[in-house]
Design a protein around this ligand. Sequence first.
Ligand code: ADP
Ligand code: X15
Length: 404
Amino acid sequence: MTLRTIDTLGPLAGKRVVVRCDLNVPLQNAVITDDGRVRASVPTLEALVGQGARVIVVSHLGRPDGAPDPKYSLAPIAARLGELLDAPVGFAADTVGTDAAAKVAALGDGEVLVLENLRFNPGETSKNEAERTAFAGELAAFADAVVSDGFGVVHRKQASVFELEELRPSAAGLLIADELEVLDRLTESPERPYTVVLGGSKVSDKLGVIAHLLPRVDTLLIGGGMLFTFLAAQGHKVGSSLLEEDQIETVRGYLAEATERGVSIVLPTDVVVASAFSAEAEHVVTASDAIEQTPFGASGLGLDIGPDTAAVFAEHIRGSKTVFWNGPMGVFELAPFAAGTLTVAEALTAVDGLSVVGGGDSAAAVRQLGFSDDQFGHISTGGGASLEFLEGKKLPGLEVLGWQ
Ligand SMILES: Nc1ncnc2c1ncn2[C@@H]1O[C@H](COP(=O)(O)OP(=O)(O)O)[C@@H](O)[C@H]1O
Ligand SMILES: O=C(OP(=O)(O)O)[C@H](O)COP(=O)(O)O
């Protein structure tokens, strides 16, 4: 079965349509540093506004703890959406409370309202299905129909991504359809050599993907926060760098399996180690088996891949016909630790084949480092979502829309 599209919902003029977007953008002091995901949400919202639907936008932002936290308010994102739509966009200070109910009731045809962060409500991400269904029911009370367009979150079985879509007539938005068109090419018949580059900080989420990618790819390049669990698996000390100790054995298994399958997992030979997590911190380049031998000893933090590693990664990337990259190579937000990400991004722009960058922060990184979207084959709004799609997994937020 293929995705149900918006037209399967019938005429939407005057109907209340809840649209699940992924507006989880990077913010610094409530200022959006990359609005890519907001822009990517616009075509579907414009299409619904154009039909005269009453559009109610819902999204998460960050990982708040199931309770309101002003740091994660969607208010600045609602304002940006208004600029991009060039129309007034309302904002409710809660998700399913009295303010939301009043503003939904007052919404006119062709108007847009953004509700406050879904994850301020424990039911959104609850592990308990009944709790998720109860929260989805509260959202469904606002909806005659649901459009799901938050590609970045379709791998999460969360109330607004799965249970809500079961409770009302639902369909996929234009962004999800676009994303699947490109990513499907990567699962069906990627031109070889096929290289996947992994980094970022959601280490435990993404390590699990590796087992499923090994049968599909020729080369895996490992940078970012996850590289330290690999170094630890090889018996090296990693100072105070990000480390998933309980994954070390699993990672040893990946290394052994890669050897058996003839897949090369390329690990950094040098890293940038800093005295603290700050742009002003002292930092040095060191061999990746000597992280604790810098002046910072065991408190040293690995915050980027080193220049030798970056050059080796770039060579692998340029020699590939298909490259998928998720997760910055280092803490690119701090200038001294952006070089590895810059080198890898540059190499992707030189791929003679299909290059895909996936993930909110990875997309933000390439734009912040001065690249334009058209220098890559595709920039996906989903990091974890596209990785899990590439590993061939059935994603709850897609299955509920008819995708098989
Ligand atoms: N060595 C590292 N230590 C800590 N954080 C890192 C490291 N390398 C990269 N990061 C961080 O990873 C974050 C992005 O990770 P992630 O959310 O997994 O990527 P994406 O959003 O592209 O899927 C960035 O904010 C970056 O600072
Ligand atoms: O940023 C996101 O994913 P990504 O970092 O894998 O691209 C999505 O908004 C999902 O967020 P989550 O990983 O907190 O569920």
